[in-house]
Write a protein of this length. Structure first.
Length: 250
């Protein structure tokens, strides 16, 4: 009976996120759910949020009051925050700039950019006090390439990449790391946020889809997030890890 017990103890010791308090946004499905499940398996105390049912806290990350409640409730329950995974995001119907409305622009940037900024801003005093914290932003190859989506989504993800780099450098000497993942095509339900795509925008954005070697799975992105969230990536800061099966290498 000794060997199984030893293996159990070693398993606990090998957990990459043992007792870390993690917030995962957009965690009701897809990449967010996969990240939450994997991180819990690695010993983390995971707080999940989404606008849809199925998570611990209902939160619209574009709303400051929801962001405040998310962080406050996490600290109330666990005493701190160690890791942020800003995964919540929406598409923009491939609308090009000549067709984009203020309403669509504000909605997409509110979720994809302003939301992560507010969550990071709210949590930063916690990180600074203990001189340690990890942020992983889920960007997109749409934030590296000019036409993988519409104008609003593209702008939001390019800006999220810039925010990631800014935070990574400005706070890097204070024990805080901030990186981003740029997934390519992944089998999630984000397509449900596309309800009335622009013909012009979609035709142009999808013109290179045949070059995509394959679609990814949420669990594959979760593994990249685990690497960036753990001490395995202690020297990685202010950068973007592309996870697209080689699509953008063409």
């Amino acid at each position: 009976m000794i060997l199984p017990f030893v293996n159990f103890v070693l398993g606990l010791c090998n957990m990459k996120l043992q007792n870390k308090v993690v917030i995962v946004t957009g965690a009701a499905s897809g990449m967010g759910k996969a990240i939450a499940v994997l991180f819990a398996q690695e010993g983390a105390r995971v707080v999940t949020c989404d606008i849809n049912p199925g998570t611990m806290i209902k939160a619209d990350v574009s709303q400051q009051s929801d962001v405040d409640n998310l962080i406050d409730e996490t600290v109330k329950k666990y005493g701190t925050v160690d890791i942020l995974i800003n995964n919540a995001g929406i598409m923009d119907n491939f609308v090009p700039v000549g067709e984009v409305t203020d309403e669509l622009w504000d909605k997409v940037l509110g979720v994809n950019l302003t939301g992560p900024m507010r969550i990071i801003r709210k949590t930063m005093p916690i990180f600074l006090e203990k001189k340690k914290g990890v942020i992983v932003n889920i960007a997109s190859i749409g934030g590296l390439q000019g036409s993988r989506a519409g104008a609003a989504y593209t702008a939001s993800k390019f800006a999220l990449v810039g925010l990631t780099k800014n935070i990574g450098f400005q706070y890097g000497g204070m024990g805080i790391r901030c990186n981003a993942i740029a997934p390519g095509g992944v089998n999630t339900n984000i397509g449900k946020t596309i309800d009335n795509p622009s013909k012009l925008g979609m035709d142009r954005a999808m013109s290179g889809i045949a070059n995509n070697p394959r679609m990814g799975e949420p669990e594959e992105i979760a593994q990249v997030a685990l690497f960036l969230a753990s001490d395995d990536s202690s020297l990685v800061n202010g950068t973007v890890v592309t996870a697209d099966g080689g699509w953008t290498a063409y």
